[in-house]
Design a protein around this ligand. Structure first.
Ligand SMILES: NC(=O)c1ccc[n+]([C@@H]2O[C@H](COP(=O)([O-])OP(=O)(O)OC[C@H]3O[C@@H](n4cnc5c(N)ncnc54)[C@H](O)[C@@H]3O)[C@@H](O)[C@H]2O)c1
Length: 309
């Protein structure tokens, strides 16, 4: 019988790519998603979509007990920093209680969990760069705090249940299917501006840097982390500033629009670059897609998606 996997948040940007990779690997895939920010149209027809809230433990347990997966990729989250500030209680419920539910019911069927945490929102501004996993987190938002708390449950349950769970701290992920309507996701936002001929705002005068990682590289890291117990930065260890992202995408678009320069928004990091040597060593993983190639691929794919509505 085919191996099976559950992807929570499988109707989301990154989760839907994980679903596709697992299907291509021959897995039977069940998606658990409440469609709060996800879209059922992103879920491949071959996957089984169960619409439920991970905070609802009995509903989650019923699906996990029925499917008895060989692995659970846990991506469902309240993933907006702004929403976490507006409603920290809901952020905590989904990210902390929801994650506790996932690792708890996973233990019942002996399934390892791969949890997606954040490298960007966890370490804060004072961390040395490239930032390693050993750096003590200093989150600036409720979202960073809830992801950190969730990590603690994942690690504790890994130790106490004997089922190896992994924490993957993602850099700034970009790629096809990313929504241009969130507050983050600068690549999707800029692509949308270029496509519709509008000038974007470059916060921090275009100087803030991030560690951007292409979604296909994130997917291969998450698959490699299944069955490992540990915490891994998943990024590229390359710092790129916002102006460069705008320039590269403008070149992909063949357009020349003058951006507006603005000050950094409160709570935003100046710089971020993650140390990925642990993931390279322990997962045998390495990012394959350089930023300029990834930006061109993303531009093409997103424009097609925008045109299809
Ligand atoms: N995109 C990034 O750059 C980035 C960076 C670091 C970490 N992450 C993490 O990666 C994961 C996926 O992020 P994404 O960018 O694909 O976001 P996304 O919003 O596209 O995906 C999240 C998915 O989870 C679902 N969901 C939300 N709350 C739920 C709930 N209570 N029950 C069931 N499903 C629920 C949503 O409907 C959505 O489909 C998240 O855990 C996020 O925190 C993302």
């Amino acid at each position: 019988m085919a191996r099976s996997a559950i992807v929570t948040g499988g109707a989301g940007f990154i989760g839907s790519h994980v679903v596709d990779a697992l299907l291509a690997d021959g897995y039977r895939v069940t998606v658990v998603d409440d469609l709060s920010t996800g879209d059922a149209r992103r879920v491949a027809d071959e996957a089984d979509l169960r619409e439920l809230d991970i905070v609802d433990r009995p509903a989650l347990e019923a699906v996990v007990t029925e499917v008895r997966p060989q692995a659970i990729f846990h991506l469902a989250a309240q993933a907006s920093v702004v929403a976490s500030v507006e409603d920290p209680r809901r952020d905590c419920e989904v990210n902390v209680v929801g994650t506790l539910n996932v690792v708890d019911v996973a233990g019942g069927v002996g399934a390892p969990v791969v949890f997606t945490s954040t490298g960007g929102a966890l370490y804060g501004d004072a961390a040395p760069m490239p930032t390693s996993e050993d750096q003590i987190p200093a989150p600036l938002s409720p979202y960073g705090a809830s992801k950190w708390a969730a990590e603690a449950y994942v690690n504790t349950w890994s130790l106490s249940s004997g089922v190896p769970h992994a924490v993957c701290r993602l850099g700034n992920v970009y790629g096809p299917r990313q929504s241009p309507h969130g507050e983050a996701g600068v690549v999707a936002i800029f692509t949308h501006h270029l496509h519709t001929g509008q000038a974007p705002k470059l916060y921090g005068q275009g100087k803030p840097t991030r560690d951007y990682v292409y979604v296909a590289d994130v997917v291969s890291a998450l698959l490699a982390a299944a069955g490992k117990a540990g915490t891994y930065n998943i990024a590229t260890s390359v710092e790129t500033d916002v102006s460069t992202i705008w320039r590269e995408l403008s070149s992909a678009a063949g357009k020349d629009i003058e951006p507006e320069l603005a000050d950094l928004r409160p709570g935003e990091l100046q710089h971020s670059r993650l140390d990925i040597t642990r993931a390279e060593r322990e997962l045998g993983w390495r990012p394959q897609v350089p930023i300029s190639e990834g930006l061109h691929l993303t531009y093409e794919a997103l424009v097609e998606e925008f045109d299809q509505g």
